[in-house]
Every structure is written in structure tokens, then in C-alpha cells.
Design a protein around this ligand. Structure first.
Ligand SMILES: *[C@@H]1O[C@H](CO)[C@@H](O)[C@H](O)[C@H]1NC(C)=O
Ligand SMILES: *[C@@H]1O[C@H](CO)[C@@H](O)[C@H](O)[C@H]1NC(C)=O
Length: 467
């Protein structure tokens, strides 16, 4: 904003004061970061970044918003951005969640994309506060080499900025990058840079202007399972007769370096740690406690190699596809289970019923490119509405199953780029008249009655023909 003002001296007074007003009111110009620390965790295929920002209001007016900037290439892979503020003094501090929203700003340098953090209370002139920010990136580790043989370890590239991209002046900052093992092939140096064990330290850097950028590339070993569910369709069907039936259809892919050459099962089975380090064989699904009638099948049929462990808080289902997954290989399968309805269906104060269930994917440390969550309400349900703690696309569908007259309303929720932090509770509210509970038995009774009448009629006709 300042450069155009400086370069054109003949601006009229009105335009000048207008620009001055914008500068004053925008959250950009009177904040500065006195200290920033960033920790980038590269130990799995989901990149987790923790930022601690000490923010100071150097302006004369109170500030209520703080901006975060991301390069456009990162924004496309951004799965979540969360911000927390510490509240209270010294010993009695608690963390409070702050609202974070994507924001469009004109004239963003290098097409930077913004998120605004809304502070719980305005930061007065001269005051400072500390914010904790967590964001996660998916599909941000590029396998290099892109193809590896069965016995090879997987190496990946991670690209970022040695400096924290911020629209503010940063007095002092440090970045720590954690790699999964000691095996780091190379990393860009931006002095001071140090590596010790599984940690690379960039900084401390002093007094960097807004939007400072210094690209870095880290090349390292990462054999964690690159488990990506390209598509997951979860369907939860509510039956007021006491059961919740869950069906989950997975299209799973190993998104790491592609497998090259032939696969030797003999080598794999004799020494899986040497012959197939980059592959994965087992997946762990965390299901609610009290699951029953669990099945796991693929297009061929039931797969018996799954183990279910349950305790009072959770159930864990260990599943094993028919073959280990190497880079680029896919597996499609279905998991189904039943749950007791009273654990998930409740009555709200306004005479509505609601389902309280977990969003996201039950498989641990997995990215879901596209998740479709369908909640099938009982026949006769009205006014459905969903409450989800993050933006999702919503629409309604109708599903027919046997004995249905008008069909069942299905609330469909869709979200792209889902990571484990999205495994949070959400609710679907609806109204239901208990009289509809009688619809199914009535249908059954009338079906039996009609069948009975038909039999009687048939017997009568049959007899009359024989005569
Ligand atoms: C598959 O497993 C389910 C549940 O265990 C069982 O009811 C069904 O009969 C099995 N089907 C086959 C083809 O084995
Ligand atoms: C949903 O269930 C969770 C876990 O049992 C609970 O913490 C939360 O308060 C419930 N939400 C509602 C709206 O009932």
C-alpha cells in the first residue's frame, strides 16, 4: 500500500486521505511480530505446522484481527487452519479457540492467500498477545525418485520458506523441521542453519520485513504409510427399532513413490522390513465402542483377516487387504457394522431428535481426498438440518428400501481434503412423529394379509378347476 503512495506525488488530497484511512483500518500496518517460532513436523505424509506468534500492537488504535498469509501453492493443499489464544495470567492460563476465516485481499503480493484470525478481545495499542496456530498440508511431499523398486526406501522432497510468510514485520524468528529419521539426503542452507539428528533448525533470523521469502528444499527418507483414500462414502442409517447401521466404502491408494519392477511375495514374506519398507500391509480403523456385526469385504468376497479389539471407550479394527500396498497400488473394500442407537440418538429441547456422530475417516493417519457422509433418516422424518463445526457442502436425497412408502430423507454432507482433525462430532437434527413407527409393521401386516387372501383365492380357484 505504501509504495504507490510514495511513487505518485501528485495525488489529490481526498484520494490520499482515503488511502490513509484504508491503511489505518486494515489490520496489516500497526501490528508487528516480536517473536515467532515454527515447528514443521514431516514424520508422516500429513505435514503439520505449529506456529507460535508473539504479536505486538505498535499502532495507536486497538486491533481485533490478525492475518496469516500462504503462498497459493500451499493453499490448495491446506486441510485445516486452527488458532488458539492463551487466556489468563501466569499460572491459570487456558487455551481458547479463535475463529479463523479465509479472506480475500486486493493487491496481495505474489498472489498470497489470507486467513483472518479474529481475536477474542481487541489488542490495545502497546499491548501484546501470543497466538498458537496449527495448520496441516496434504499431498505436499513429492517422492523423488518418483519410482522405486521393492527393496528401496522412499525419499521425498519438501518445499517451503526458511522464513515464516507473514504480512508483518518479524523481529525474531526460528523454524524447526522434524524429519522421520536421521536419513536426510540434502537440505537448503539459509545461514544460520543447523542439523542435529532428526531436526533441522533455520534461524534465528532478526528483523525481516513483511512477506520475506527464501525458498528451501529438504530431501529426506519417509517410509510412513502414504495412505490416501481417494474416495470414501460413509452411510449411517437410523432405525428407530434400536440400531444404527454403518456402511463405509473405501478406495484406498498408496500415494508414495510408484512401485517399479515385479513384486516378489517370497522376498516380501521372508524379510518385510527390507523388502517393502515403503509399503503398508495393515490399517487400523478406530470405531465407536459397542460395535457389533462387523464385516470387511472387497469385490471378491469376505476378507477374514481382520481383528477386532473392543474396550469401554473404543473399538479397534485391524484390517489387512489381500496384498500389501506399494506405491500407486489401490485397494477397494467395504467395512460395515452396527451400533446401539441409544449411544448416538438424543432428544433436543425443541422437540427434535438428533444424531450425534463422528465425521471424518476411522482409519488412522489417513488423508481422504473426497468424503461423502450420508445420514439416512427414518421414513417420515421432517425438517432435517446438520450442524458441522467446519464448512461442508450439503444437500438432500431420497432413498427407498423395502417396505418404504414415501422413501427416506438422506442428509448428504461432502468435504474434500479431510485429515484426522476432522474426526469431530457433528449433529443432524430432525422431527419425527412416533405414528410413523407403525408404518413398517402396518405394511408388513397388510402384506401378510394380502398374501393370505391371495392364497385363499388361489386354493379356491385351484379346486374349482379340478372339478
Ligand atoms: C460374510 O460375512 C458375513 C458376516 O460375517 C456373513 O453374514 C456372510 O455370510 C459372509 N459371506 C460369505 C460369502 O462368506
Ligand atoms: C456429542 O457427543 C460428544 C461425545 O460423547 C459430546 O462430547 C458432545 O457434547 C455431544 N454433542 C451434543 C450436541 O450432544
Amino acid at each position: 500500500m505504501e509504495t504507490p503512495i510514495r511513487s505518485r506525488e501528485t495525488l489529490s488530497l481526498t484520494l490520499f486521505s482515503l488511502l490513509f484511512f484504508i491503511c489505518k483500518s486494515s489490520p496489516l500496518h500497526h501490528l508487528l511480530i516480536s517473536n515467532a517460532e515454527r515447528r514443521i513436523d514431516l514424520s508422516s505424509h500429513i505435514v503439520k505446522v505449529y506456529l507460535t506468534l508473539k504479536i505486538e500492537n505498535a499502532g495507536s488504535t486497538p486491533a481485533s484481527e490478525v492475518l496469516l498469509a500462504f503462498p497459493p501453492a500451499q493453499v490448495d493443499h491446506l486441510a485445516t487452519v486452527e488458532a488458539l489464544a492463551t487466556k489468563g495470567k501466569r499460572k491459570k492460563t487456558t487455551l481458547v479457540h479463535l475463529e479463523v476465516k479465509p479472506t480475500e485481499l486486493p493487491d496481495a503480493p505474489n498472489d498470497a492467500k489470507y486467513f483472518t484470525i479474529y481475536l477474542a478481545s481487541p489488542l490495545n495499542s502497546g499491548e501484546s498477545t501470543t497466538l498458537e496456530v496449527l495448520y496441516m498440508l496434504t499431498h505436499s511431499l513429492e517422492p523423488f525418485p518418483a519410482e522405486i523398486a521393492q527393496s528401496e526406501s522412499q525419499l521425498v522432497f519438501y518445499r517451503d520458506n526458511a522464513l515464516i510468510l507473514l504480512p508483518y514485520h518479524v523481529r525474531q524468528q526460528t523454524t524447526f523441521i522434524k524429519t522421520p529419521s536421521n536419513k536426510v539426503e540434502s537440505f537448503t542452507r539459509v545461514e544460520p542453519t543447523n542439523r542435529a539428528g532428526t531436526e533441522i533448525k533455520y534461524g534465528p533470523y532478526e528483523d525481516r520485513p513483511p512477506y520475506s521469502f527464501s525458498p528451501i528444499l529438504v530431501h529426506f527418507e519417509n517410509n510412513s504409510p502414504f495412505a490416501v483414500v481417494e474416495e470414501l462414502v460413509r452411510e449411517v442409517e437410523i432405525s428407530h427399532w434400536g440400531n444404527l447401521q454403518v456402511t463405509e466404502q473405501y478406495t484406498l491408494v498408496h500415494a508414495g513413490a510408484r512401485h517399479k519392477g515385479v513384486f516378489s511375495r517370497v522376498d516380501y514374506q521372508s524379510r518385510p522390513s527390507l523388502n517393502g519398507v515403503s509399503s503398508f500391509r495393515y490399517l487400523l480403523a478406530r470405531l465407536p465402542p459397542r460395535v457389533h456385526s462387523v464385516y470387511y469385504r472387497d469385490e471378491i468376497g469376505n476378507i477374514s483377516s481382520s481383528h477386532l479389539r473392543t474396550d469401554s471407550r473404543k473399538s479397534e479394527l485391524e484390517i489387512e487387504p489381500r496384498y500389501p500396498l506399494f506405491g500407486g497400488w489401490k485397494a477397494t473394500f467395504v467395512i460395515g457394522y452396527g451400533l446401539p442407537l441409544q449411544d448416538f440418538l438424543f432428544e433436543s429441547s425443541n422437540d427434535k431428535r438428533y444424531l450425534n456422530f463422528t465425521f471424518g475417516c476411522p482409519l488412522l493417519e489417513t488423508v481422504v481426498d473426497k468424503l461423502t457422509f450420508k445420514v439416512v433418516l427414518p421414513e417420515g422424518s421432517k425438517d432435517p438440518s446438520a450442524v458441522v463445526p467446519f464448512p461442508v457442502e450439503q444437500h438432500l436425497e431420497t432413498k427407498y428400501s423395502y417396505l418404504d412408502v414415501v422413501g427416506r430423507t438422506v442428509v448428504v454432507l461432502e468435504k474434500k481434503n479431510v485429515v484426522p482433525v476432522h474426526n469431530t462430532h457433528f449433529q443432524v437434527y430432525y422431527t419425527f412423529k412416533p405414528i410413523f413407527m407403525l408404518a413398517e409393521p402396518m405394511m408388513l401386516a397388510s402384506a401378510f394379509f394380502l398374501f393370505f387372501v391371495a392364497c385363499v383365492a388361489y386354493l379356491h380357484i385351484d379346486l374349482s378347476i379340478r372339478k
